[in-house]
Design a protein around this ligand. Structure first.
Ligand code: HEC
Length: 485
């Protein structure tokens, strides 16, 4: 399993531009930013001490030409961020808030000027105050999950700097620049175990097999659904889901859904959405900083049966560039008809009884009692959790209640509708155990369960094996794989 840790990438990318162009497409408009390599991490460029010690030199003319690799990007040009603050920002924020912002981030957080600018949409507030606030914002944490939060020592560095007046300091040697698109994962060569390598990508014309780019308008929080007919025959197992990141500036995250009960859209259909998926099941998802989804050895994930089955890719775009951006991001599904020994499937936990009776904070709880094979007493393995609430959703917790009365937390996370992700939540459920899922909402008025924007949901899509053990029913809207009783 490949883990994409930002720190690892940033360390690896330190000094070498991470601007990789997508292999296949000529459509990406991502023009490589002029980026001045600052040399190998092992051999830092020589910076004459006199230059580095001359903070009063006014910025004169354009920054050093990118071709001139001997000159690092002006550490001595004007006041700079203190090195230790730069380092924290580069480590935790640089992959999105780089010189060219990526993954929907609205602005760079690279220079002192960036930090002293007004926060976007909040003219009276300085960026450095928002930076400190968002690093500690439980509900809308920066960096966003699945990236680990800023640790206490690093937070303290930024706090001390902000409280001390957020002023200039001594720049890092080499300028403290950050690599762009540091979270743009590489597509590995296909696993030879897969006889179907199926790429579901954003596209521009609502026709089967279309390979024109989707033209992403300059909007925040745009959800677009792309439906595809599966290319396989009969039943297959999906083994891997790899993110395909085309234009990193506008891709925010994606989720992949199946239609368990009919109602499928025609192959090629493009449907702008609002992020809601009645009667669909969440199977995989990715957000910057996350890993590809990989099934454990001996386990394959149930897929809709071919050739009639459909999969829907929901791409969440956040285009802050101010221009229309062509994009072909998506997911590569690796599937095989030579099925593995064990079959995993997605089951829905939560509840459809949601009593939000007025303004304030409300909770809804549902329980799931799985079925065990009486003869084998074989345990159930949980792999991932995919929470889905609507706009009032603030938090979700799923607990395992053991037969002996003890409790374990499977998932306990804040929920942000605009940053929905799947979590690795490995656990084993034994006979006699049951699960509860509690959703917390913050509301300005009454709301109940439903599939419309103004309604609410409380769902946790669990990937488990063996398949079927959690299909006990209880869904009012007849979700085929629900465990709500
Ligand atoms: C995975 C990409 C990503 C990373 C990493 C990331 N951000 Fe962001 N950031 C975003 C996106 C997308 C937005 C716009 C949506 C939002 O505000 O949540 C944003 C918005 C912001 C805003 C402006 C909105 C406001 O509240 O005023 C601030 C400030 C911010 N981020 C700070 C940070 C800091 C500090 C870090 C590192 C500690 C960081 N971000 C890391 C993607 C990222």
């Amino acid at each position: 399993m490949r883990t994409l840790l930002i720190t690892a990438l940033l360390v690896a990318g330190c000094g070498s531009a991470e601007l990789e162009k997508s292999d296949t497409d000529a459509t990406s408009s991502a023009t490589p930013q002029p980026y001045t390599p600052t040399g190998d991490a092992a051999t830092p460029p020589e910076v004459p001490a006199t230059d580095a010690m001359a903070p009063s030199t006014p910025p004169s003319g354009p920054p050093p030409a990118p071709a001139d690799a001997a000159v690092p990007p002006g550490p001595a040009d004007g006041p700079t961020l203190p090195c230790e603050v730069s380092a924290v920002l580069a480590t935790y924020c640089g992959a999105c808030h780089g010189t060219t912002p990526n993954f929907g981030a609205p602005m760079p957080l690279v220079t002192l000027a960036d930090l002293q600018a007004p926060a976007p949409g909040q003219p009276g507030v300085a960026m450095y105050d928002r930076v400190l606030a968002r690093m500690q914002d439980e509900q809308r944490m920066m960096p966003p999950p699945p990236n680990p939060p800023v640790d206490a020592a690093d937070l303290e560095i930024v706090r001390a700097w902000v409280e001390g007046g957020a002023s200039a300091g001594e720049a890092c040697e080499g300028g403290g620049d950050v690599p762009d698109a540091g979270m743009k994962p590489e597509l590995p060569p296909p696993n030879p175990e897969c006889d179907y390598v199926f790429e579901l990508r954003a596209h521009g014309n609502g026709r089967p097999g279309d390979d024109t780019p989707y033209m992403v308008p300059p909007l925040k929080d745009l959800y677009v659904n792309f439906s595809f007919q599966v290319p396989w025959m009969g039943d297959v197992h999906a083994l891997e889901f790899h993110p395909i990141v085309d234009d990193a500036r506008v891709l925010h995250h994606y989720l992949l859904y199946t239609f368990p009960v009919g109602g499928a859209l025609a192959d090629g259909t493009i449907l702008p959405g609002i992020g809601m998926h009645p009667a669909e099941s969440l199977v995989a998802g990715w957000a910057p900083g996350g890993s590809p989804t990989m099934m454990p050895a001996d386990v394959g994930l149930e897929m809709p049966r071919g050739p009639t089955g459909r999969l829907t890719l929901e791409v969440h775009y956040h285009n802050e560039t101010g221009e229309v951006v062509p994009d072909r991001s998506g997911v590569r599904v690796c599937a095989t008809s030579r099925k593995r020994t064990n079959t995993a499937a997605v089951s829905l936990l939560g509840t459809e009884i949601i009593p939000i009776l007025g303004p304030g904070e409300w909770q809804a709880t549902g329980i799931c009692t799985p079925i065990f094979n009486i003869l084998t007493q074989e345990p159930i393995h949980i792999l991932t959790s995919g929470p889905h609430l609507h706009r009032r959703g603030r938090h979700i917790t799923t607990k395992i209640h053991r037969r002996d009365g003890s409790e374990e937390i499977l998932l306990d996370v804040p929920f942000d509708f605009d940053n929905q992700i799947m979590y690795d939540t490995p656990a084993i459920i034994n006979p006699g155990d049951w699960l509860s899922t509690t959703c917390t909402y913050e509301s300005t008025g009454p709301a109940f369960f439903g599939v419309r924007t103004e309604d609410e949901m409380c769902q946790n899509y669990l990937t488990t094996w063996p398949a079927g053990r959690m299909d006990t029913g209880g869904s009012i809207i007849l979700e085929a794989h629900a465990c709500m009783l």
